[in-house]
Design a protein around this ligand. Structure first.
Ligand code: SF4
Length: 125
C-alpha cells in the first residue's frame, strides 16, 4: 500500500478527529509519524518502534506512555484493497511487548462501512 498511498486520508482523519481518531481531544495538538510495517510479516514494526521509543526519550524526554500506535484501517479492516493484514495478531503481540498503547483504525470510508454493514466486507474477530 505504501508504494502508492501517501497517507493523506489517515492524516486528515487525525486532523479532523474522525474515524479511528474520534476519541482524541480537539484541544490538544498531536504529532504524527506514519510508518510502514516493513513488509510481511511485519516484524520491522518492533525494530522501528523500539528505535523510536529509545530516540524520543533520549532527544526529548518523551516516555512511551505518550505514544499511541494507531493501526491503519487498511491493516485492520476488510476493504476495497484487501482483507485485513494476515499478520495483525502477530504485529499486535510485538507492540504489546514494547508496552505501547495500540488502537485500531484510522480513516473510515463511508462506502466501505456500508459494505461492512451489508456483509460484503467482513469485520475481523
Ligand atoms: S500484509 Fe500485513 S505484514 Fe504484510 S505488508 Fe501488509 S500490513 Fe505488513
Amino acid at each position: 500500500m505504501k508504494e502508492r498511498c501517501p497517507g493523506y486520508l489517515c492524516e486528515r482523519a487525525l486532523h479532523e478527529r474522525a474515524g479511528g481518531f474520534a476519541d482524541y481531544s480537539k484541544d490538544k495538538a498531536y504529532r504524527y509519524i506514519s510508518l510502514t510495517c516493513g513488509g510481511c510479516c511485519g516484524r520491522a514494526t518492533h525494530r522501528k518502534l523500539t528505535n523510536l521509543v529509545r530516540t524520543i526519550q533520549k532527544k526529548e524526554g518523551i516516555g512511551k506512555d505518550k505514544i499511541v500506535v494507531q493501526l491503519s484501517s487498511c491493516m485492520t479492516n476488510d476493504n476495497y484493497h484487501a482483507p485485513p493484514c494476515p499478520h495483525l495478531a502477530y504485529i499486535k503481540t510485538l507492540l504489546e511487548r514494547i508496552g505501547l498503547d495500540v488502537r485500531e483504525g484510522t480513516v473510515i470510508s463511508q462506502k466501505s462501512e456500508q459494505r461492512r454493514q451489508a456483509g460484503t466486507y467482513h469485520r475481523h474477530g
